[in-house]
Design a protein around this ligand. Structure first.
Ligand SMILES: [Ca+2]
Ligand SMILES: [Ca+2]
Length: 420
């Protein structure tokens, strides 16, 4: 589990940072809040992502040629009473010299039983695409447009948009987020709702442009990722991180509910009271649960170390009533690169519901690091959560050429002064 750094920089700059599930509305101070940006040099703009020009993802959509071998095809459910004939129409181009025309001579009202489609479209889950096309019909009517797997089980990859056509050519832009990844998805124009003729031309598809916002100020730059996906923004030279002691560059929780956790015990206990009760005691297993180990048992948190550094670690257990019977010599062993790099014994009957320091440990990246809790004797141990922070700081003054922002995250960079 990771927590992004969020800042409402486009508004009043006030933000509450909640690192946990038990305390709320804490006031926190950020390096960013103390930085004098000066005045804006202009309005917020969309930032460039990766420098790619829009890639045409859907070839053959101009219908200048349609010889039957191309990516476009059609289908009508004749068994159910639907009939349609496709044509290249050189007399009614939407753009260029020709368009695709579908003449629907029999329809029973279900749009999906007649389709003009194209296959071989590579979709990536959670990527947003813009589909543009020109279309008209012999009278006002609707067509339904969306993406689907091109073979059984015909998985649906997008919403299906209902588009209203008129007898005039019009440009349409539909924005879709793909709900699956498929190198061979199909785009459908579903035409079975009613009879008549429909013309389609100039079908194009591109990745939706960046929604990352950037705004330059006298002394700095603000980048904001309002999307639901992690985004990497490439930057021109001249920017560097702020300098501040506050935020670790790497900071995360390792919980017993995470995939990297294993233990000798399958006993999960939700030792957690609600905060809204009028009368205590209040106590909380981190993330809502812990693993209760029998005497002699063990638990292990596997750690992904993002960068070689010295990491400080804390451990959590709840101040639950049963805590008085827990183990007085719970041993936490820290391992990296096949060797033990530290070991500490803690009394789990001691105060709970606090982050208790385990120590600081030098951990190389990619070293298969772990924390192993062993529970000697007869009394049970609580394996709940760990909290890790790097010594390296997030705002270390270093020059930046690329920034990766988590969803709904933002950053302030400072302008590199001439000659600095
Ligand atoms: Ca055309
Ligand atoms: Ca937990």
């Amino acid at each position: 589990m990771r927590f992004g750094l969020g800042l409402t920089l486009m508004n009043d700059g006030y933000f509450a940072y909640e690192f946990g599930d038990t305390w709320h509305d804490n006031d926190w101070w950020y390096d960013e809040l103390d930085f004098d940006l000066g005045y804006p040099l202009g309005p917020a703009e969309h930032a460039a992502l990766g420098g790619d020009s829009p890639l045409q993802l859907l070839p053959g959509g101009d219908f200048e040629v349609w010889d039957g071998d191309g990516p476009w095809g059609y289908w009508a459910d004749t068994d159910a009473g639907y009939r349609a004939v496709p044509a290249i129409d050189g007399k009614n181009p939407g753009r260029g010299d020709a368009s695709a025309r579908m003449d629907i001579s029999a329809a029973q009202g279900e749009d999906w039983r007649i389709t003009l489609y194209t296959g071989g479209i590579a979709l990536t889950e959670e990527i947003t695409y813009d589909l543009t096309f020109r279309a008209r019909a012999d009278r006002e009517r609707t067509v339904t447009v969306g993406f689907q797997k091109g073979s059984p089980d015909w998985e649906i990859y997008s919403r299906f948009a209902v588009v209203r056509l008129s007898s005039e050519w019009r440009d349409y832009t539909l924005t879709f987020e793909a709900s699956g990844t498929d190198p061979d998805a199909r785009l459908h124009f579903l035409l079975g709702a009613e009879t008549g003729s429909v013309w389609i031309d100039d079908v194009r598809m591109e990745i939706h442009p960046s929604e990352i916002l950037r705004r330059e100020f006298d002394h700095g730059l603000v980048l904001l990722n309002p999307t639901r996906a992690e985004q990497t923004i490439e930057l021109e030279t001249g920017w560097r991180r702020l300098e501040g002691e506050q935020a670790p560059r790497h900071e995360w929780l390792a919980d017993d509910s995470d995939a990297g956790f294993s233990s000798s015990s399958a006993q999960i206990a939700a030792l957690d009271t609600a905060e809204y009760l009028a009368i205590g005691p209040f106590y909380h297993s981190w993330g809502g649960s812990l693993h209760r180990l029998d005497g002699g048992g063990w638990a292990e948190w596997r750690l992904e170390i993002p960068e070689s550094d010295t990491y400080s670690m804390d451990v959590w257990w709840p101040a639950a009533p049963e805590q008085s019977g827990w183990n007085r010599a719970a041993r936490y062993g820290v391992r990296a690169g096949g060797a033990t790099v530290g070991s500490i014994v803690l009394d789990q009957t001691d105060t709970g519901d606090v982050w208790r320091p385990l120590g600081s440990f030098s951990l190389p990246a990619g070293s298969a690091a772990s924390v192993r809790l062993t529970c000697p004797g007869a009394d049970p141990c609580a394996a709940d959560a760990l909290y890790l922070r790097s010594t390296a700081r997030y705002n270390d003054g270093s020059p930046v050429r690329a920034i990766t922002l988590q969803p709904l995250d933002a950053i302030v960079l400072q302008r590199e002064e001439q000659g600095a």
